[in-house]
Design a protein around this ligand. Structure first.
Ligand SMILES: [Zn+2]
Length: 65
């Protein structure tokens, strides 16, 4: 069964985007995703603040341009 998943960007910290995760019943959580190619870091949180802190603290191993 496919899980409804919609990412909506809310904030950005360097290469990391923080957004809402939308499901059937509205916002179901928050996710921080690094957009650097080949990094692949992402993490889900139940609170927006936690997602922002994680995004700020992400030390990307991919060189930024
Ligand atoms: Zn990264």
């Amino acid at each position: 069964m496919p899980v409804p998943f919609v990412f909506r960007l809310r904030d950005r910290f360097g290469p990391v985007q923080v957004g809402n995760v939308w499901g059937d019943s509205g916002v179901t959580g928050y996710i921080a995703v690094c957009e650097a190619d080949r990094c692949g870091w992402s993490s889900e949180y139940s609170s927006y603040a936690a997602a922002c802190i994680a995004a700020r603290n992400h030390r990307c191993r991919i060189p930024q341009h």
